[in-house]
Design a protein around this ligand. Structure first.
Ligand SMILES: C[S@@+](CC[C@H](N)C(=O)[O-])C[C@H]1O[C@@H](n2cnc3c(N)ncnc32)[C@H](O)[C@@H]1O
Length: 266
């Protein structure tokens, strides 16, 4: 067992715990990566700079805010008056978590998994007001048990470091973790089967980054991340994989450059 470095951070608010000790001891298990996860957290530029993440992500990902506005509407429409149980894969600093917690009924719970201690520390600060309704789990979600009986599973920018087989497996495991009728909100960078459309969207995506980066360092770090670390799959393939994984319905509800939002129902 490896202790979390930021000991002071662990004294109040939601605990960051290994899944096996949810609600228990504040120690971190040694990170074990699944073969389908194509990066380590320390490969990711934001792991070392988690405090800058919330600003940089809106400069790096076109329509990040609009995507979350859509998610807020979808969750509120279905779950505003309901106390629900939610799962989030790769919650990062908790931007998406905050949106779904605010849109769902009061008393709803969220279990968020992330393998970056630095991002989890930011999420912990941001979501402290939800107290024990939020549980933060440290580890590779592709390795951990996810739990079961969720009404809603969500991931935004959390799946694109999985290989294609990893995405398929996580769609299946997410479907299994949901109740029948449960919803999966999948927002991520996705490409298209049509090579011309894919190339155009890539160009527009990089142009957005060039226009919005604060400085040359940010531009270089995110350009590297997008070009060499991301593993995008076509939106059409991902919809097919969701249906094969056990969802009865999967629809593209938002798409701008490489930013896409797919909503699936079990
Ligand atoms: C880019 S953030 C997105 C956070 C938020 N949804 C947003 O839109 O800003 C995605 C997070 O997923 C985490 N992540 C990626 N692959 C993971 C894996 N296999 N297991 C756990 N966390 C993972 C990263 O550490 C990162 O914090």
């Amino acid at each position: 067992m490896k202790k979390l470095t930021e000991k002071k951070e662990m004294k109040s608010g939601s605990p960051i715990v290994p899944f096996a000790k949810a609600g228990g001891v504040h120690e971190l298990v040694e990170l074990k990566l699944a073969p389908t996860t194509n990066v380590r957290p320390d490969n990711l530029n934001y792991h070392a700079n988690a405090g800058k993440y919330d600003d940089e992500i809106t400069r790096s990902i076109p329509k990040h805010r609009e995507l979350h506005e859509q998610i807020s509407k979808i969750v509120a429409q279905r779950y505003k008056a309901k106390k629900i149980k939610m799962l989030e894969l790769g919650l990062g600093t908790g931007i998406t978590s905050g949106v779904v917690l605010a849109a769902a009924g009061a008393g709803s719970t969220l279990r968020g998994i992330d393998f970056s201690t630095e991002m989890l520390a930011e999420a912990r600060r941001k979501l402290a007001k939800y107290g024990e309704l939020v549980e933060l789990i440290y580890g590779d979600y592709a390795e951990l048990p996810l739990g079961a009986g969720y009404d809603l599973a969500v991931t935004v920018l959390g799946i694109h470091h999985q290989t294609d087989d990893g995405k398929k497996l996580m769609f299946k495991r997410t479907a299994e973790s949901l109740k029948t009728g449960g919803m999966f909100i999948l927002g991520d960078l996705m490409t298209h089967r049509d090579g011309h459309k894919a190339a155009l969207n890539d160009a527009l995506h990089y142009a957005f980054l060039v226009q919005n980066a604060t400085d040359a360092k940010m531009l270089e770090e995110w350009a590297y991340h997008h070009k060499f670390l991301n593993q995008l799959a076509p939106v059409e393939d991902q919809i097919q994989w969701l249906l094969e994984a056990g969802f009865s319905k999967a629809e593209l509800v938002f798409s701008e450059f490489n930013t896409a939002l797919v909503v699936a129902v079990k």
